[in-house]
Design a protein around this ligand. Structure first.
Ligand code: ADP
Ligand code: MG
Ligand code: MG
Length: 250
């Protein structure tokens, strides 16, 4: 599904941030990317999502048999790539329900399907709202405007449940969540697990990974994956921190 080969990237005209990332994600898999602050986790997500301001300086990324970098960000999204932001943006003047509907219909159009019936669509969204334990009033507010940190994260997962991406990249979806919200967000992500989808979770903490069990855990440090393992690696990190692994890699 996703094959990252020696990916190198920097902020435009800035210092290198990603210094040769290799990662392969197959359908059905859940990968966790952990690592200290400033190691390049968000940069990796942004580069894969196609955000402006980053420059790919080497390597390649294959997504579903295509060169990912040949696709515009909106094309990546239509091809089923979803990026859940560490800091979800507020979009004043755009109602949440309209954003969801536009995105949903853009995907349908891309597949050659007719626009969703308004009534059917609302039914679908209500069901997803329930999973996320969100009130219907959130649909009629401007996207993320005035939402608390936890509500923004729930809203990211709501979008994900509606859009059913093939590959979800979730950047610190757990940060800023209290224990109950963490459970709700994790349940939402787990609902999306299926043999034909993959999820890449970026997180600092093991606590998310006790709700969403990853198949693989990777440690990103200084723009490189310095260690990969199974879920026990996350437990080891929780006990011992990153320093030991960083020194071992050096
Ligand atoms: P993480 O998500 O692992 O905490 P980031 O990918 O956000 O790390 O950042 C990696 C490094 O790149 C940091 O040193 C950060 O300051 C730098 N960086 C990221 N984005 C920018 C930017 N737009 N301008 C300058 N430096 C940046
Ligand atoms: Mg980050
Ligand atoms: Mg551009």
């Amino acid at each position: 599904m996703l094959k990252i080969n020696n990916l190198q990237a920097r902020v435009e005209n800035g210092n290198p941030i990603l210094k040769g990332i290799d990662l392969e994600v197959k359908p059905g898999e859940v990968h966790a990317i952990m690592g200290p602050n400033g190691s390049g986790k968000s940069t990796l997500c942004q580069v894969l999502g196609g955000r402006d301001g980053y420059e790919v300086t080497g390597g390649s990324v294959d997504y579903l048999g295509q060169d990912l970098f040949e696709l515009e960000p909106e094309e990546r999204a239509r091809e089923g790539l979803l990026l859940g932001f560490q800091y979800p943006v507020e979009i004043p003047g755009v109602k949440n329900i309209y954003l969801l509907k536009e995105a949903y219909n853009a995907q349908r159009k891309h597949r050659g399907e007719p626009e969703a019936d308004t009534f059917q669509f609302l039914k679908l969204v209500r069901e997803k709202l329930q999973t996320m334990q969100m009130d219907e009033s959130f649909l009629h507010r401007a996207v993320n405007v005035g939402f608390s940190g936890g509500e923004k994260k729930r809203n990211e997962i709501l979008q994900m449940l509606v859009l059913e991406p093939k590959l979800a990249l979730l950047d610190e979806t757990d940060s800023g969540l209290d224990i109950d919200a963490l459970k709700v967000v994790s349940d939402g992500v787990n609902k999306l697990r299926s043999p034909d989808r993959a999820i890449v979770l970026v997180t600092h903490y093991q606590r998310l990974l006790s709700h969403i069990e990853p198949d693989f855990v990777h440690v990103l440090s200084g723009g490189r994956i310095i260690k990969s393992g199974d879920k026990t690696l996350a437990q080891e990190l929780e006990r011992n921190g990153y320093q030991g692994i960083i020194e071992e890699a050096a």
